[in-house]
Design a protein around this ligand. Structure first.
Ligand code: PRP
Ligand code: URA
Length: 209
């Protein structure tokens, strides 16, 4: 069964409070989401494999470590996932980025895929699917199915906030996928919004309504 990790680092939790605050404006909201994404990337890359190398410091020759070159792919779910992508790329600049366009039909709450463009070698990459919100789980579930259908073998899911309902869907449908969150909230409301949540992530990132 996939694991669920809530990243409760004080800096992540502090910034998340201001992300949730309805008085936080678009510019600050976008900056905070970017910063939290970078902090989360720092935590979630703890287990990246390393290898030994030899270099010369100004003083001596020294054996030291570098990343073993594991191939990473980021897959933001459009559009709100884009708000987390740059922050992660600052820490993992060699990652390739695929995009999946998905929106939730406001009537049915069902996700609709409208765009997909992926790196050609996704089967060799460790993919991190990125979306700030895991609500009913429909969008992330469909995105992960879509990636698996195209050959993806190793997938992690990274979200800012999840509802228990969404986490259950991913655990049920994708027991091989670990989930990384900044917070696990209480529930969904009747419109499929996360409570207490942060509202509509895409609208708050891009100033739309
Ligand atoms: C939001 C959010 C997720 C989805 C989560 O996207 O960014 O993709 O809803 O809900 P779910 O778990 O119930 O599927 P939205 O459909 O609002 O599109 P947007 O990112 O383009 O604003
Ligand atoms: N999508 C959002 O942007 N926010 C929610 O609370 C649920 C889905």
């Amino acid at each position: 069964m996939g694991n669920v990790f809530v990243l409760d680092h004080p800096l992540i939790q502090h910034k998340l409070t201001y992300i949730r605050d309805k008085n936080t404006g678009t510019k600050e909201f976008r900056e905070l989401v970017d910063e939290v994404a970078a902090l989360m990337a720092f935590e979630i890359t703890r287990d990246l494999p390393m290898e030994e190398t030899t270099i010369r410091t100004p003083v001596v020759e020294a054996k030291t470590k570098v990343l073993a070159g594991k191939k990473i792919g980021l897959v933001p779910i459009l559009r709100a996932g884009l708000g987390m992508t740059e922050g992660i790329l600052r820490l993992i600049p060699a990652a390739r980025v695929g995009h999946i366009g998905m929106y939730r039909d406001p009537e049915t709450m069902q996700p609709v895929e409208y765009y997909i463009k992926l790196p050609s070698d996704i089967e060799e990459r460790e993919l991190i699917v990125i979306d700030p919100m895991l609500a009913t789980g429909g969008s992330a579930n469909d995105a992960i199915h879509s990636l698996k259908k195209r050959g993806a073998k190793q997938i992690r899911l990274m979200c800012l906030i999840a509802a228990p309902e969404g986490v259950e869907v991913i655990k049920e449908e994708h027991p091989d996928v670990d989930i990384y969150l900044a917070a696990m909230d209480e529930k969904l409301d009747d419109h499929g919004y996360i409570v207490p949540g942060l509202g509509d992530a895409g609208d708050r990132l891009y100033g739309t309504k």
